[in-house]
Write a protein that binds this ligand. Structure first.
Ligand code: IVH
Length: 668
């Protein structure tokens, strides 16, 4: 058992190293997951075996209550800045003079200046001990709980024999792709977006709960060491960098060694300017360091920065271009985002032709009109920002928020006190549908385990599912015919749909994706109203009686259920057999139509069987022909002889819209 456990720890750590440090995965997700599960099972059965270097220890930490102060045994320095080639060269001219050398005779080491935050990570006999922020350089804060979650930070150093003590200094940052993903999710949830990857990384490291950091894809790249007690003798900075890579850390990309001539600095800058746009992380300059450690020691430092290193900062990336048009994109929660279409312009190494404008308040704040010359800023931010109007266009046109959704044509509304304009199309808006479906099927809500995001996207793009109700009409061939799927996996999907059909009222309400109504809000509403019809019938005032539910959420709930299209989707879901426990326990569906006979005729927008199922679930018998005994006829489009007969017999007739309303009313 011990041997198997050790092997699992070593294998998973090696796989993490290959994936997160070398960017070169060597095992399938399935094998990785299986081994991880086995490891967790052993640890659950034999907690005494759990090793500090086990990958399970990365997110094992409990949320902290406050940040502990930690003193740095070796001060964490900052860097002097240089803003031009001349300033950079003259910095090393001075250093060379101090050393009685020519700048050309010095070996320089250049590294990208990563735009994140400085962290010191301590290893004790090769094992992760703690990690701290820079703070004021002398005292930082203990952020071990979050740093441990970063998979490119080894829990155990690979160096053999391990040093007695090692303090690794480096930068924690969020790669551009992770930042974009995070902000996309924030936009979908209408929560606050981060301004740039550095803020996102800093905000993440300041979290008390390590679970958040674990979900956010931070990276760590070392650029030096503080305290060190070990057998290796370092003569140069490049040896330290190589040692850290051999110890299991990521390597900074585009590091160069060169002799310190003016031309060499110029050439290096040109290379880095080119490389910048293609790097997976934001960099805000280049750090130049004298490579020889003995020379570094001779030069020392003043105040907070060394005299052997300087940061050449990139200039702010600002350009002026013309605003050609503004389009409105509908996000997956229906929020409209204005997007500036620009005359293409080269900034920060890339050609930019779009910029986000966030919302109408932002447009008003900027006083922006189409045709204006505007300043665009690209620093840290991956998506360029409109900074200000530089010159008003001669033929400038105001930017008007559309009154109807550009995707589904439903009305656009703005909730009181909110910046966002939203499409009211709800479940029937195509822009929102795929995300609605993903939200609905997710583990937190309907928990349709085999219907993941990728499959939903695929089925949606093929037109097999257009709304959440279509999940229940999926056929084996809809899935089995997709690339990468077969009959067996398709059957698994259908089985998991079937298995998910019994849920709880709060979970179902949450699954509907009503704007602002999250998991907790939905549960609170379910607890308060106890059953579905009561929620559907509730007014804004009624809903505001629920603890923690404000007017915006209450209005969204009412609007959602007032929308006949949404009710039709829900009716189909119920007809497909989805049931739930109400707020108190099992909801015995009241048979309010017991003893009645209903007839369906004409074309209905929902499947005939769906309407039949609704009626039957409420206790009615559904007949094929109209007689004096018929309680009610639901007449769809182009209803013919049955409708005539019902009219002649004086039987109650309702159209489909009334039927849907009534289903709700009747069920009350
Ligand atoms: S060396 C004594 N190298 O820049 C030398 N710093 O503006 C200390 N930074 O606090 C720093 N990339 O957080 C160094 N390759 C790099 C860096 C780097 C980013 C950050 C670091 C430092 C800040 C100074």
């Amino acid at each position: 058992m011990q041997k198997r456990y050790n092997d699992l720890v070593a294998s998973i750590n090696q796989w993490d190293y290959e994936y997160y440090v070398l960017d070169n995965p060597t095992v399938s997700d399935a094998q990785y997951d299986q081994s991880f599960r086995e490891l967790l099972a052993i640890e659950a059965g034999h907690p005494e075996l759990t090793s500090p270097e086990s990958p399970s220890q990365r997110v094992g930490a409990k949320p902290i209550n406050e940040f502990q102060k930690i003193g740095h045994s070796v001060k964490m320095l900052s860097l002097a800045n240089a803003f031009s080639l001349e300033e950079t060269y003259s910095f090393f001219e001075k250093a060379a003079k101090e050393l009685d050398r020519s700048p050309e005779s010095l070996t320089l080491f250049s590294e990208p200046k990563l735009d994140g935050l400085a962290i010191s990570i301590h290893y004790d006999h090769g094992l992760f001990s703690y990690a701290a922020t820079r703070g004021d350089g002398q005292v930082g804060e203990d952020v071990s709980h979050n740093i441990k979650t970063i998979k490119s930070v080894p829990l155990k150093l690979a160096s053999n024999p391990p040093p007695k003590k090692l303090d690794v200094r480096g930068e924690v940052f969020m790669p551009k792709a992770a930042f974009e993903k995070l902000n996309l999710v924030a936009q979908q949830n209408d929560s606050k977006r981060f301004v740039n990857p550095r803020n996102a990384a800093a905000g993440t490291i300041r979290q008390m709960n390590p679970k958040i950091a674990a979900e956010r894809d931070l990276q760590f790249i070392p650029y030096g060491i503080g305290e060190y007690e070990g057998d290796t003798e370092f003569k140069t900075h490049s040896q330290i960098i190589a040692y850290l890579a051999a110890s299991g850390f990521r390597k900074n990309l585009h590091c160069y060694e060169f002799s310190g001539s003016y031309d060499a600095f110029a050439k290096n800058y040109r290379i880095m300017e080119q490389a910048r746009a293609k790097l997976p992380m934001e960099i805000d300059g280049i750090v130049y360091k004298i490579n020889e450690l003995a020379l570094q020691t001779t030069l020392g430092f003043i105040a907070r920065s060394p005299l052997w290193a300087v940061a050449r900062k990139f200039p702010p990336q600002q350009v002026v271009t013309q605003l050609l048009a503004v389009d409105f994109q509908v996000g997956r929660t229906g929020v409209l985002t204005p997007v500036a279409r620009l005359a293409p312009v080269f900034v920060g190494g890339v050609t930019v032709s779009n910029a986000t404008l966030h919302n109408r308040d932002e447009i008003e704040r900027l006083g922006l009109c189409i045709g204006d010359d505007i300043e665009i800023h690209r620093a840290g931010d991956v998506i360029p920002k409109v900074v200000k109007v530089v010159t008003q266009g001669t033929d400038r046109k105001p930017i008007i928020m559309p009154g109807r959704c550009p995707v589904c044509d439903a009305a656009i509304e703005r909730a009181v006190g909110q910046a966002a304009f939203r499409c009211t199309g709800g479940l029937s808006c195509a822009a929102q549908a795929a995300e609605h479906i993903r939200h609905y099927a997710s583990r937190k809500f309907m928990n349709i385990t085999n219907l993941g995001s990728k499959l939903i996207e695929l089925l949606y793009s093929k037109g097999s599912i257009k709304s959440i109700a279509d999940i229940y009409t999926l056929k084996l061939c809809d899935i089995a015919d997709l690339e990468g799927h077969g009959e067996k996996s398709a059957q698994n999907v259908l089985d998991s749909i079937e298995a998910s059909k019994t849920t709880k009222l709060g979970t179902f309400i949450g699954a509907l994706g009503i704007p602002e109504v999250g998991e907790e809000g939905a549960k609170a509403i379910a607890r308060h109203f106890k059953n579905y019809p009561a929620i559907v019938a509730a007014s804004v005032d009624d809903i505001m009686q629920v603890p923690d539910i404000g007017p915006v959420m209450a209005k969204n709930v009412v609007d959602f259920f007032n929308d006949a299209k949404n009710r039709a989707v829900i009716a189909k879901i119920i007809a497909a057999g989805v049931t739930w426990q109400d707020g108190q326990g099992e909801a015995a569906q009241e048979k309010v139509l017991a003893g009645q006979t209903w007839v369906l005729t004409g074309t209905l927008s929902m499947p005939r069987n769906g309407a039949k199922a609704i009626l039957e679930r409420l206790g009615a018998k559904v007949a094929g022909s109209v007689s004096k005994k018929t309680s009610c006829v639901v007449a769809g489009q182009d209803a013919g002889s049955k409708l005539d007969k019902a009219e002649s017999l004086g039987v109650k007739i309702i159209d489909e819209a009334a039927f849907l309303r009534m289903f709700v009313d009747v069920a009350k």
